[in-house]
Design a protein around this ligand. Structure first.
Ligand SMILES: Cc1cc2nc3c(=O)[nH]c(=O)nc-3n(C[C@H](O)[C@H](O)[C@H](O)COP(=O)(O)O)c2cc1C
Length: 219
């Protein structure tokens, strides 16, 4: 009986240890970037560094050369946008792609703050679909679409393209105007306009790191 209890204890211990190992990874100092070939020390891992550099060096670009972007680049940005986390995995989004020159001119004229008239190749308009929103908590779509928009900006930057988030929602007048211009039904609410193109400027990266804005446990 004593032996059975001992064995059971050993089995439980091994299972728990294995679970912890699988969930947290080993603590051997090797990189966990996901690349099976990568056996570098954590600090040296090129993939990890590239991902972090991409986040740290992204800037808003508002001037474009007028150059085109490829269909592959456009799809890559949209794929990254749709990879974002969403509350209850609702994915309450629709993405309008404006790639018609006349429409871009019109957007640039009607929404000068959107920078669509500054030589951007396309504009992507992430919209919330209120019919797909969480019942009782519909406003979560704003968080979901914001996460998608940031992914989109990061993807553009990673591919050497320029982009900027230009705000629409929650300005009711801008939302209504854009809904009218693009023929959006009431339940499709544009969050922002993101012009994307070949950058004609290289703005300085802003250093926003401020330890005084970090609070541990209580404010
Ligand atoms: C919600 C939101 C609305 C924004 N609206 C505009 C806008 O209307 N026009 C614009 O040029 N930039 C707009 N921006 C971009 C910000 O001005 C920019 O992110 C900020 O100055 C920080 O610069 P960075 O993106 O280069 O780090 C907006 C950004 C956010 C997140």
């Amino acid at each position: 009986m004593k032996k059975i209890t001992k064995n059971l204890f050993a089995q439980c211990f091994t299972t728990v240890a294995l679970c912890i190992f699988l969930l947290t990874g080993c603590n051997c100092g090797k990189c966990r970037c996901g690349d099976k070939q990568c056996n570098q020390e954590k600090e040296e891992c090129a993939m990890q560094k590239a991902a972090i550099d991409n986040i740290m060096n992204r800037v808003s670009v508002r001037q474009f050369t007028g150059g085109k972007i490829t269909d592959e680049q456009l799809e890559q940005m949209l794929r990254c946008a749709m990879a974002a986390p969403t509350a209850m995995n609702k994915q309450p989004w629709e993405f309008l792609v404006i790639n018609d020159e006349e429409m871009m001119t019109l957007l640039g004229e009607d929404f000068p703050y959107s920078r669509c008239g500054n030589g951007a190749a396309v504009a992507i308009i992430p919209c919330g679909n209120l019919q797909r929103a969480i019942e009782g908590m519909p406003d979560f779509w704003i968080n979901d679409l914001s996460a998608a928009t940031e992914n989109l900006l990061l993807a553009a930057h990673a591919m050497g393209l320029g982009a900027v988030w230009t705000g629409v929602h929650p300005n009711a007048e801008r939302v209504r105007h854009l809904q009218e211009l693009l023929g959006l039904p009431e339940h499709i609410v544009p969050l922002c306009i993101v012009p994307v193109g070949v950058p004609a400027e290289q703005p300085e990266v802003k250093d926003k790191w401020d330890t005084s804005r970090i609070h541990y446990n209580t404010f």
